[in-house]
Write a protein that binds this ligand. Structure first.
Ligand SMILES: [Zn+2]
Length: 154
């Protein structure tokens, strides 16, 4: 299964969309046995196609887009894009799952309850399970980052 997915991924090609003529990435079917699976499971979309919702749980000036979720057909992991306005922050909290974060834009700090660690665009932040964490925007523009999480175990 993993090998097939990898082959298909490596076989992706760019070609004009038949509807809008812009270049889009299309999977090149290199394994016909999985053709149906590929057609049903792969998607390419602009992140703005997913609605930005107010983040809950004590977040201040934070929006979240659930780019890939269980509802979208991903059974294991979710990819979320956070947009934090200047002076905005997520709540100081912890939970029994990790965060895998990639900073796309802006400048901020992650606070662990005792100290703040600075980060910039293109930095990676790993928050281990159970560790206290809070993200704060300390820059003048929007702080944007991806945060990947496993779905809670049922
Ligand atoms: Zn968290």
């Amino acid at each position: 299964m993993n090998i097939n997915v990898r082959e298909i991924y490596l076989g992706r090609i760019r070609e004009p969309c038949e509807h809008c003529l812009s270049l889009i990435q299309k999977p090149q079917i290199v394994n016909r046995r999985n053709a149906k699976l590929v057609k049903e499971s792969m998607k390419v979309f602009n992140y703005t196609a997913v609605r930005a919702e107010d983040a809950e749980g004590g977040a201040h000036r934070v929006k979240v887009r659930w780019l890939i979720s269980r509802a979208a057909g991903a059974p294991n992991f979710a990819m979320r894009l956070f947009e934090v306005e200047p002076n905005g922050y997520s709540p100081l909290h912890n939970h029994p799952w990790e965060h895998e974060v990639f900073i796309l834009e802006g400048e901020g700090v992650v606070f662990d309850g005792e100290k703040e660690t600075h980060f910039n665009r293109n930095d990676v932040v790993f928050v281990p399970r159970d560790e206290l964490h809070q993200f704060k925007n300390i820059g003048t523009g929007t702080l944007k980052f991806l945060c990947l999480i496993p779905h809670p175990k049922e």
